[in-house]
Design a protein around this ligand. Sequence first.
Ligand SMILES: [Zn+2]
Length: 279
Amino acid sequence: MTTTDAPPDGSPPIGIIGGSGLYELLSDAETGRADTPYGPPSEPPLIGRLGSRAVAFLPRHGRDHRFAPHLVPYRANLWALRSLGVRQIFAVAAVGSLRSDLGVGSLVIPDQVVDRTYGRPHTFYDRPGRVAHVPFADPYCPVGRRVVAQAARAQGWEPVESATLVVVQGPRFSSRAESRFHAAQGWSIVNMTGQPEAGLARELGLCYTTIAIVTDLDAGLGEGEGVTEADVFQAFERSIARVRTLLATVVEEAPVEPGCSCADVPPIPDSPPPPGPLS
Ligand SMILES: [Zn+2]
């Protein structure tokens, strides 16, 4: 592999943040630059092709899964992708279900998020100076969500499109009482990485869409001992083929000019330069 700081053909790449099992997605992959004002990302992004489009892939937890959810360098990850010219991100995430109608293997495209994390660097406005309070009423890109839903239906994987993701601090799983509390609020799914990723993407003016795969029933729903790490990894592994097929279609169908308002935020001081010319 070689090192590069630009996508192969100069067009803005689609960003994919995900986990293991997705490395092999890209053809002709090169390693992107890994230096950011916020330190190194979880891993240098891989830049390659998926079908006809340039894609930058970044494994959220690192290639060897060394970053626990509260230790993921979210700011460096988002900054690194933005620096490569990425405008749209599709973020794959394993989630627990808080609803009895959402079984293991369900595909959820959340439209809302609740942040119950703490102590994580969660903003690029981290020093005195001008601050922008970016809009976050609708945390996810409406265009990206529509593209994912259409692609999923086309492969016979009916998505759930009205769902709230609650993000907990981890790394432990929720207690039954916590889980029941989350469900009682009307929230649908739970994970440990959905924030601050979505908020940081918005601060950078990136389109951001979560593709959530239900890997377990959260403690308030499940029986026995509750959620285990092994359950989550095994369930995600079983879904990975479908996720890869979905991403291939999503990347192909995502419009180069989304036409949404995700990018309508003030530039962050010292933020990466705007993406290069469109292909
Ligand atoms: Zn958007």
